[in-house]
Design a protein around this ligand. Sequence first.
Ligand code: SF4
Length: 694
Amino acid sequence: VKAIGKPERAVVTTCAYCGVGCTFRAEMRGEQLVRMVPWKDGKANRGHSCVKGRFAYGYANHRERILNPMIRESIDQPWREVSWDEAISYTAARLNQIKAESGARALGGITSSRCTNEEAYLVQKLVRGGFGSNNVDTCARVCHSPTGFGLSTTFGTSAGTQDFDSVMDSDVILVIGANPTDAHPVFGSRMKRRLRQGAKLIVIDPRRIDLVRSPHIEAAYHLPLQPGTNVAVMTSLAHVIVTEGLADEKFIRERCDWDEYQDWARFVSDERHSPETLEAVTRVPAQDLREAARLFATGGNGAIYYGLGVTEHSQGSSTVMAIANLAMATGNIGRRGVGVNPLRGQNNVQGSCDMGSFPHELSGYRHISDAATRKLFEDDWGVTLDPEPGLRIPNMLDAAVDGSFRAIYIQGEDILQSDPDTKHVAAGLAAMDCVIVHDLFLNETANYAHIFLPGSTFLEKDGTFTNAERRIQPVRKVMEPANGYGDWEVTQLLANEMGLNWTYTHPSQILDEIARLTPTFAGVSWERLDREGSLQWPVNEKFPEGAPIMHVDGFVRGKGKFVVTEYVPTDEKSGPRFPLLLTTGRILSQYNVGAQTRRTDNVLWHKEDLLEMHPSDAENRGLKTDDWAKLTSRSGETTLRVLVTDRVAPGVVYTTFHHPATQANVVTTDFSDWATNCPEYKVTAVQVMPSNGP
Ligand code: SF4
């Protein structure tokens, strides 16, 4: 970082990378950001941070950032820079024309989990109230939509049950399909602190993540399951707990539906769900699994933390419900040190989901088909809402190929790089008549765009983010938007050009509207956040100060619901042509598709995605570390450099997806979660062979 002089002023704001939500003092000299200093009073980070939040802000001034709107008639033409006035009137005219020709359902939008709550709320309001359809979705579709489905079904609301500090009261920590020290580093450190104090650790992951063995930490059990067998593992843990009489029947009788519990207990007790029977499927030694189950059930406060290794499967929703079943069966809900905790990936993925970004739900997770909820919004917005749920992202792409879906407004997402089966995404985008990308950079998706609206960074806007512990925190403007407008202002310009009459002059007014229409946000206001620093929803009459721990006196849905989750093998099978299973993940110094981190000095720390491969698989193919290899699946092929390591089990390979040159998602499949369409990124049958390079 170049020294550019002593800071003259500081603004406290919230990190725009991961779901931990660290707060920083952004120290400024004139209009230049001098440094980001982790804020000691930050409730999520208490003065800590990772390298991304601290150093990776250079993208805000990167030479590739686009500051002027651009349009083009077709994607084979060059871009033409235009004024904001021309861009907005051209965009509104295209959308109105398509709506007149093909109806409201030919239009849709995608909200961003990188933008603020207020911006996500406005995009879904524009789609529902201006476009006239419910075709709105969010990138949570491809990450935590199964969390929404699974936790709403079992507990009654779609959110983690605990605050981060709760882990300091855990006695047994079960981490499944998550890598907190890389993906949520500040929370990962807190977890490590608790483990160093003596809490026991169980890791369920096909890869030996750092937590399994690091200085002064050794997991009690690492269960390296075969990718795609999460439900089988969770069911056999439950089998041990029920058949050995370790379930907390007092808790279950008081807090859960007893009849449903009995149905579930009968199901998991069946011998076909024993660790010994399922060992051939899970590849987890039955004895380890039995001992891990006993430890979790009898070791004191048991907390479960999970990530995308749970959700991004064809049985993602089933695994989330299986996790909830396990927590209820052992009485590990409703107090400190326990709970079910999805580790949200992006800074505001919790918030974008809370704000009504799904095609079937308005803000606060209320179904669009509910007439009373619709009327509340219709009266407030002065519009008529479509009562039918809209299309999810993959369905929008399919409908585009069929010709019934023609225009999309994408704010802050690069679906071509981040979504699975790149060919499918490209075909859908190419079939549309109007693709509007609202972003900082000409990303991969912009190759298919007709209109580019420049976005603003988190440093250039006011608003709020909600982190993985439901903590709503202020984002404060540090500098004026280099492109002239905050993202919420651009959405408002477009809405008004399409005939709506929005009059917001500051995001605090949007937050007031959210609070007015969303019971879980009823007690939230900009003034209160400014004064108190943060609030954990629900914040309302029942919980005036917010709720660090949920489901303390009862589940949001009343009685906790046990759901029978039958293991169903994925349709993605390995075989002679594709004998290995690929799974994907992240590295600490990069972030998602790397749009921001690749445009900072971080590129020096992680230049390319690597293919991790077990020594036996590498040797069989004559591959060594640093060799190039061709990775082929039924969907496509790409070329990566090899890293030989026993972190992965034989038969499993692993890579990250931070660099567009790799195009890791060229090889992933179009299989998805049965309930939510969340893609199955974590299991792809592949072959790996030596290559001369890309
Ligand atoms: Fe930002 Fe997450 Fe790092 Fe905190 S842990 S600084 S929120 S990326």
